[in-house]
Ligand binder design. Structure first.
Ligand SMILES: *Cc1c(COP(=O)(O)O)cnc(C)c1O
Length: 375
């Protein structure tokens, strides 16, 4: 592996050009609706400090983060952008939000009143987005909540409503009737609020068609190459790979066990590679494979080799007895996520989703960013 800082046992390679192309491709899908970019959780673990400038270069002017801290970081990286903060207002965050010129997404009538009071106290109008609950029953204003606010002229007087949004529960499943139900609930709840831009769809929802695009879409995962939508291919390319170094390759006799708790046994002699990637690097422990179980895998020379035994904190053990792996040796690199091992597959092998894999990936690995045309 070229370009890996000395001493690093693993590397996450983020192709910023691919992220730019992905944003542009999604922007084309949803035009004339506007395409934003969700960069919460350090741009899904990939490094907001590099991803936000890349998205800005592509043309993205609207970012969603989760917390006020993330908004401060996003503001330093994108002077003129609109920044929405999905977690809204928490105790003490108002000065940070206002200082970063960030817009809280508010879901609770009392939070909206509080924000209006803060505006009144500063003799100004403050921008906000409102999230309504169209059926996810997570964050969102209910119809009762909307009615409770509708008579409060003073509240609306001090506020500048920039976006009304909601979030879909089952948008990855195109035939799930809940999508249409939520769309209708969203339209109804929106109609009870002042006019302004509307947003419903994330990466998967934008694939449900025009009706779901409204004025603004909020993809995150798809920008990073994720394929959340199950009804067809989202027109994005992989943007992330992860590789780790081989620490040892050796023969293990028949009748031995491998790893903690001796969950895997060699029925015949095996060749085992030990690789410097464990659960502290985001290789979930659920990728382990005991006797007769199928766990995760890594890719070597374009072929998948199975993890055997327990994933430990820093290491995995992989069965490399098969022919395609015969040349593997200490110091070689194997692929944990890449073209032949998409993040969705790693997620399903770990009994989770690609999102959780991405956001846990390689916390102590090097990050290498590709941003040249050659990539
Ligand atoms: C995280 C999030 C998104 C982005 O979701 P993806 O599936 O990554 O596109 C959009 N909207 C809300 C409210 C979110 O929390």
């Amino acid at each position: 592996m070229s370009g890996v800082p000395a001493g690093k046992t693993g590397v996450v390679t983020v192709n910023l050009k691919a992220i730019e192309r992905n944003w542009k491709a999604l922007a084309r899908v949803v035009a004339p609706a506007v395409c934003g970019g969700v960069v919460k959780a350090d741009a899904y673990g990939l490094g907001a400090n590099r991803v936000i400038p890349a998205l800005s270069r592509a043309g993205c002017r609207t970012f969603f983060v989760a917390t006020a801290d993330e908004a401060v970081q996003a503001r330093t990286l994108s002077a003129g952008a609109t920044i929405f903060v999905l977690d809204g207002l928490v105790s003490g965050s108002e000065a940070v939000l206002i200082g970063a010129d960030a817009i809280p997404v508010l879901s609770d009538p009392d939070a909206i009143r509080e924000w209006a009071d803060i505006a009144a106290g500063r003799n100004t109008r403050l921008p906000l987005a409102i999230q309504v609950d169209s059926g996810l029953n997570r964050l969102g204003l209910t119809e009762d909540g909307i009615h409770s606010l509708s008579g409060e002229e003073a509240v609306w007087h001090n506020l500048d409503l920039r976006l009304v949004m909601s979030h879909l529960a089952c948008a990855d499943e195109p035939n799930n009737p809940m999508n249409e139900c939520q769309l209708q609930a969203f339209q109804h709840l929106s109609s009870l609020l002042p006019a302004g831009p509307r947003s419903l769809a994330a990466s998967d929802g934008l694939m449900l068609g025009k009706g779901y695009h409204c004025d603004l879409v909020r993809p995150g995962y798809a920008l990073y190459g994720g394929q959340a939508f199950q009804g067809g291919r989202t027109p994005v390319e992989p943007a992330v790979r992860a590789d780790a170094v081989v620490l040892q390759v050796r023969n293990v006799d028949a009748g031995q066990s491998i790893g903690y708790s001796a969950t895997f046994h060699t029925a015949e002699p095996r060749r085992i590679a030990t690789i410097a990637a464990g659960y502290a690097d985001g290789m979930f422990r659920s990728l382990s494979a005991g006797d007769g179980e199928r766990g995760g895998s890594v890719v070597i020379n374009g072929k998948r080799a199975p993890i055997v035994g327990r994933v430990s904190m820093d290491l995995i053990t992989v069965d490399v007895s098969a022919d395609p792996f015969s040349g593997l040796k200490r110091g070689d690199w194997v692929t944990l996520i890449g073209p032949d091992l998409p993040v969705e597959l790693v997620g399903s092998s770990a009994k989770t989703i690609g999102y959780e894999v991405l956001t846990n990936l390689g916390r102590r690995f090097a990050r290498v960013y590709l941003d040249g045309e050659q990539d």
